[in-house]
Design a binder for this molecule. Structure first.
Ligand SMILES: [Zn+2]
Length: 72
C-alpha cells in the first residue's frame, strides 16, 4: 500500500469505515492521528511490520512473544 500523500510505502492505516481506509507513511500521518498512533489504535501495514522486523534483526533481538492468550 502506498501513502495517500506521497509515493512512499504506507506505514499506518486509518480506517474510516469498514470498507474505506486511508494509508499514510510516517511522515504524512496527520496530527489528529498522532494520539491514536501513540495509543496503538492505528492498524499498521505490512510495510511497517517488515521495517520493524528488520530493525529487530539488526539489533539481534530474538525474543519471542508467545505469552499471548490464545483462548477462544
Ligand atoms: Zn507519505
Amino acid at each position: 500500500m502506498k501513502c495517500a500523500n506521497c509515493p512512499n510505502d504506507a506505514m499506518y492505516v486509518y480506517r474510516i469505515t469498514k470498507t474505506e481506509s486511508v494509508y499514510y507513511c510516517g511522515k504524512d500521518l496527520p496530527s489528529f492521528l498522532e494520539d491514536r498512533r501513540k495509543a496503538g489504535l492505528l492498524n499498521i501495514t505490512e510495510a511497517f511490520t517488515e521495517a520493524k522486523e528488520e530493525v529487530v534483526e539488526t539489533l539481534s533481538i530474538t525474543k519471542k512473544k508467545t505469552d499471548k492468550k490464545t483462548e477462544e
